[in-house]
Design a protein around this ligand. Structure first.
Ligand code: PRP
Ligand code: MN
Ligand code: MG
Length: 184
């Protein structure tokens, strides 16, 4: 699949699986007192694969909600201004909310999302991200659960896209630069 576009496999399907199980166990322990009131908020579209695997690996019941957001403004420097494309369907007041993200890059999306959701008065609000790029962070975001810290390279797969492609890869790989330097 996508022959020649992937320069290297950064995280294998098995490594993702193991990490999802580990994160789910950790979250389960931390939310023992939540009384089955855990609400997962997945950020479309990138978090879709992680969200569905994570929810199924979680030993306790959780409800699933989705939000779609989009950064806009100059494409070279993200302004941190985010627009809601799809909002939550329900009120999250007094709920234990866990945001599920695929990756924290600059941190701008999540920083905005945390402010937005905390203004809705949840009982608690935390973040679980599969990937984080420590060298790309522009705003520090408090993140309780991190799967992997990865180098500042362009990665795709397992929900992560380049121009809407590669989300369906079952692993996370680095993109061959020829893909984004040719023919644009
Ligand atoms: C990607 C990724 C995160 C965000 C991280 O989403 O899925 O949501 O960017 O970047 P940041 O930390 O610099 O804000 P994107 O906006 O590409 O939308 P998508 O999830 O639909 O691919
Ligand atoms: Mn996203
Ligand atoms: Mg994207």
């Amino acid at each position: 699949m996508y022959d020649g576009d992937i320069a290297s496999v950064l995280i294998t399907e098995q490594q993702i699986n193991d990490k999802v199980t580990e994160l789910a166990k950790q979250v389960d322990e931390d939310y023992q007192d939540a009384g089955g009131d855990l609400l997962l908020v997945g950020v479309l579209k990138g978090a879709v694969m992680f969200m569905t695997d994570f929810a199924r690996a979680l030993p306790q019941p959780a409800q699933l909600e989705f939000m779609a957001v989009s950064s806009y403004g100059s494409s070279t420097s993200s302004s941190g201004v985010v627009r809601i494309l799809k909002d939550l369907d329900r009120d999250i007041a007094n709920r234990h909310v866990l945001i599920v993200e695929d990756i924290i890059d600059s941190g701008l999306t999540l920083s905005w999302l945390l402010k937005n959701l905390s203004s809705r008065n949840p009982a608690s609000l935390e973040v679980c991200t599969l990937l984080r790029k420590p060298d790309a962070v522009q705003v520090d975001v408090p993140v309780k659960y991190v799967g992997f810290d990865i180098p500042n390279e362009f990665v795709v797969g397992y929900g992560l896209d380049y121009a809407e492609r590669y989300r369906d890869l079952p692993y996370i790989g680095t993109l061959d630069p020829k893909v984004y330097t040719s023919g644009v």
